[in-house]
Write a protein that binds this ligand. Structure first.
Ligand code: ASP
Ligand code: MG
Length: 695
């Protein structure tokens, strides 16, 4: 027998109508251009069931469908002739013994296919599988098939699947779905170069796509894996098909009639590329079909982690497994029938659906404590973040105030000098974010260029955001117009979601009536610790500075400058176009231009009045808090910053240490929104930045 023979088998839906049959013939004729073809076909879809039912209504319906196909597929004399043949076959069918009636489905479908090929002038020969396939006797079957083909001159042989004769010589079938096996017998008998099972799905899939929409095509799989899946519920292939193909060393291709150039599966002798192949189900059992990696074929123990993953997936879906056991390299899990499909989907998700990972490239500027904390956190959280969000954050650029490095592979070294931003723009990678963790006063002037280039910005640098309103608005517009993120949640209240909460109200047109922000960690700490008669105010400030709690120049905190920046950011988030000059600041001590030492002397000179004020507050049952506030009045918004005495009913009364709080009153709600919690710390800042990166 020549090697260049292909066996192509088509399932019932592939031949369900005249249109579908035409598709089939296109595929077959294309293959026939390369060599001889054996075309094996099932009955048209629904036909076997109808014939098994056998009542007159079912037979009449089938007769109509076949006649209809003839009308659409043939013209002129051919149509008449084929119609006559169909009538004859239905006549025989009605006369046939009950148990033989079911065999007419395949005879009918192949008769039409063969006649159409002949009508097109292609040398085609119909083979009577009833005379060639002997049930449970492969050697005899092979002998007969070879004999039938030898010496004939056809280009395309057309043979009914499914039907055969048993060893007593009576007409019989190979079992439901048996046409695949028929095709394998033909292929093995003639030593075909290729065995193609054409169906209505794109190959052997990781699950039945009708039950698990996320199922995907398995490009290559071993005979063993295909056999395991087919024997445990996978309908795409009739399990007995595998053995003869495997014995003859013929690859089985599973292809889609409805997308002939699309994805398909090759089942062959080589090892499976993955540990897990797919999920199948049968009678309340879900099976996760697996294979053993090379060298481990002999091992029988299933690692506990595999069972645990399966259990976890089910538990998360709210499903209790009735049993779970290893069966060879596969896992068999029994669940209650009503949750079977749900279980299939949950297990498929856990074992076969790799989250699509979106890589986000980060260009970081700044190398202080927050930058270090961020780098550590990015490394530590990478896996969790990937699993939770499908995002992979990769640091590709770093810079301090002098040097920078960019490496799109993810190992940037600080070796370059010159313009970092220009270098970023030049490397211009997609899906990247610039991270400003500096306290530069001028870096924001480059934000526009980055945003225009499609690079989003995440900043913890409030100097970049609390800029004159027109510049702020221009950055926002650039971000919006270029469809890139511009986020700076960290600039107020560190990890507390203050800006987001305010923006949510503004987005839903809730009008802000007032914001009270107690957002100066330094002053919260100092005012909280300051007791009349205790340690002096100046001394507490020195301590805070030494502890790194103040801005590098403590005057920025005490003058209210830092709180002012935060208030501008908060107000603008609420949609209020606040400018520095709109804010009335009552500093703890006025911002002096001299040295830090001169400032401390000035502060010591204030000790008496500070102490008196503290004493007076305490006497009245108040606590002193440094509050930045915005309030809607009849004349518009009024903003102020300064120390306030707050009574015990005020949310800020109970703040401890460096805690921050904002109290937001809005038109929609009778009670204020209060956000309170840790307002500082490198780790808090890093986690806030991380979340901005992920949003
Ligand atoms: N027509 C038969 C069945 O429905 C055989 C086949 O399609 O493979 O079972
Ligand atoms: Mg089938």
């Amino acid at each position: 027998m020549q090697r260049m023979v292909s066996v192509l088998k088509f399932g019932g839906s592939s031949v369900a109508s005249a249109t579908n049959m035409s598709r089939v013939l296109d595929i077959v004729e294309k293959e026939a251009a390369k060599g001889k073809v054996v075309l094996v076909s099932s009955a048209i879809s629904g036909c076997t069931d109808a014939l098994l039912k056998g009542d007159e209504k079912s037979l009449a319906d089938m007769e109509i469908r076949h006649r209809d196909i003839v009308t659409r597929l043939f013209t002129g004399a051919d149509r008449k002739q084929v119609q006559q043949r169909v009538d004859e076959l239905f006549g025989q069918l009605r006369q046939a013994p009950r148990e033989e009636q079911v065999t007419y489905g395949e005879i009918l479908s192949t008769t039409l296919l063969c006649a159409k090929l002949q009508a097109e002038g292609i040398p085609a020969l119909w083979l009577d599988s009833r005379e060639l396939v002997v049930k449970s006797d492969e050697p005899e079957t092979f002998r007969r098939i070879r004999q039938a083909i030898e010496g004939t001159e056809a280009r395309i042989y057309v043979a009914p699947g499914f039907i055969c004769r048993n060893q007593e010589g009576k007409i019989d079938t190979l079992g439901r779905g048996g046409s695949d096996y028929s095709a394998a017998l033909f292929a093995a008998a003639i030593g075909a170069g290729s065995l193609q099972i054409w169906t209505d799905v794109p190959g052997f899939m990781t699950a039945n796509p009708k039950q698990v929409p996320a199922a995907r095509t398995i490009p290559r799989m071993s005979y063993a894996a295909a056999l395991d899946m087919a024997s445990h519920g996978a309908k795409v292939l009739y399990a007995p098909t595998v053995a003869p193909a495997m014995a003859a060393g013929i690859d089985i291709e599973i292809r889609n009639t409805f997308a002939p150039e699309g994805k398909y599966t090759v089942i062959g002798a080589e090892k499976d590329p993955a540990r897990w192949i797919g999920v199948t189900s049968e009678g309340g059992h879900v099976r996760i079909v697996g294979t053993r990696p090379a060298g481990e074929e002999g091992l029988s123990a299933m690692p506990d982690s595999d069972r645990a993953s399966a259990m976890k997936a089910l538990t998360e879906a709210g499903i209790a497994a009735l049993s779970i056991r290893a069966d060879g390299a596969s896992l068999d899990i029994q669940v209650r029938e009503p949750v079977l499909e749900q279980a299939l989907r949950a297990l498929h998700r856990a074992f076969f659906q790799e989250l699509p990972v979106e890589e986000i490239k980060l260009f970081i500027a700044g190398d202080g404590a927050v930058a270090q904390a961020l780098l550590g956190m990015l490394q530590q959280t990478a896996d969790t973040v990937k699993e939770r969000t499908g995002k992979l954050l990769r640091v590709v650029g770093r810079a301090n105030s002098r040097r920078w490095g960019i490496d799109l592979g993810g190992r940037p070294q600080l070796t370059q000098d010159g313009d970092y931003i220009a270098a970023i723009l030049q490397s211009a990678p997609k899906a990247s974010l610039f991270v400003d963790v500096t306290d530069s006063e001028t870096l924001y002037k480059r934000y526009g260029e980055l945003l225009e280039a499609g690079i989003g910005i995440v900043s913890s640098n409030r100097r970049s955001i609390a800029v004159p309103y027109p510049e702020y608005a221009a950055m926002q517009a650039a971000a919006r117009e270029n469809g890139v993120p511009f986020r700076y949640e960290t600039t107020v209240g560190a990890a507390l979601p203050m800006l987001e909460s305010i923006a949510r109200g503004a987005n839903s047109c809730d009008e802000i009536l007032s914001i009270e922000a107690v957002v100066s960690c330094t002053l919260n700490q100092i005012l909280g610790d300051y007791r009349p008669g205790g340690e002096s105010f100046a001394s507490l400030v020195r301590k805070a500075q030494a502890a790194g709690l103040t801005e590098s120049d403590p005057r920025l905190d005490l003058s209210g400058r830092d709180a002012l920046r935060k208030l501008l950011i908060l107000a603008r988030e609420a949609g209020v176009q606040l400018e520095e000059s709109d804010v009335e600041i009552t500093p703890v001590v006025p911002l002096t231009s001299g040295s830090v030492e001169e400032f401390y002397s000035a502060l010591e000179a204030q000790e008496e009045s500070l102490s008196r004020a503290a004493h007076e507050a305490e006497r009245q049952g108040f606590r002193r808090r440094f509050v930045a506030s915005l309030e809607k009045t009849a004349e518009g918004y009024r903003a102020g910053i300064g120390i306030r005495n707050v009574p015990p009913v005020h949310p800020a009364y109970h703040l401890r240490g460096t805690e921050n709080a904002i109290i937001v009153r809005s038109a929609f709600h009778p009670y204020p929104l209060v956000i309170q919690g840790p307002g500082e710390g490198a780790r808090e800042a890093a986690s806030s930045i991380l979340n901005d990166l992920l949003r």
